[in-house]
Write a protein that binds this ligand. Structure first.
Ligand SMILES: C[C@@H](O)[C@H](N)C(=O)O
Ligand SMILES: C[C@@H](O)[C@H](N)C(=O)O
Lengths: 159, 159
């Protein structure tokens, strides 16, 4: 079945917060994001991988840059409550999203996206992919150029 | 705008591979996933967060359990080629997916999902969320019960 992409988009002025040493036991993620929601902070991407440590992991989330200050305040409160190791953050980042259908059987979409970014010398900072979307976080600086290039690279698959 | 969910699904018999000490510079992700694709391994989720280390990070991907053996072989080859620190894996995991529209403005979807899993004593192992989907990886064991519970919890929002 031919690859069908429904869109490629760029969301600039993003920021991220990462918590380290997050206790890896039930209830922590629920509490973290309930607290973040109560602070009226809209979270876009949430990414949690495997840290390779027993009993703890790290969790990153992205927000609009205008919410970074409150996002950090909430993260620090969460860290204190649960005894997490550290909070780090980053700004001047952008999210690039390639949307489509059935991306699991077209796993080269991610590879093509990664290659295009690499060819522009862009470092891939964060990745979250699913059946419907490939999302990457990059520095804002070359992100407009990246969007242009990706629209050309994927032109034949875009509806 | 009211929350609209288009589906909740469960994909069992999944496995994951995580590479640690991945050089955090352009070209690595592209090379990794081109190599994995050439081995005819279909990757479902890719997750890369921020490791908090300078110059390196970790990358996880999920595959069908039947592809874990080849996924590991490829990962070990990638580790050797780029001098990465470690490869770890896990199996008997399942992916729970909540699909909808505009999830960025309904960030409580993730929170509700996390809470429902917590109430069943289920540990959340991996997370990747986007505007269209919340994906979590859990142990397979209680995943059917989780699916049932989530369909009830989200009944009023499911189309
Ligand atoms: C780290 C966090 O996701 C934890 N495993 C939980 O289930 O809440
Ligand atoms: C780790 C990997 O994503 C790397 N930053 C790259 O751009 O390829």
């Amino acid at each position: 079945e031919a690859l069908t992409l429904t869109g490629i988009s760029l969301t600039k002025e993003q920021a991220r917060v990462t918590l380290y040493g997050v206790p890896d036991k039930p209830g922590i993620a629920a509490d973290m994001f309930e607290t973040i929601g109560e602070a009226k902070i809209f979270v876009d991407m949430i990414v949690q991988g495997y840290d390779g440590e027993d009993g703890s992991t790290s969790v990153s989330f992205t927000v609009n840059q205008s919410d970074l200050k409150s996002g950090l305040e909430v993260a620090v409160a969460i860290r204190e409550k649960h005894g997490m190791r550290d909070v780090q953050d980053g700004s001047d980042i952008a999210k690039i999203t390639v949307s489509g259908i059935g991306l699991r059987s077209h796993t080269n979409v991610a590879t093509v996206l990664f290659k295009q970014l690499t060819d522009l010398g862009i470092n891939i900072e964060m990745v979250g992919t699913s059946e419907l979307q490939v999302n990457v976080i990059v520095n804002e600086e070359k992100s407009d150029a990246a969007l242009e290039r990706l629209r050309q690279a994927f032109a034949s698959s875009l509806e």
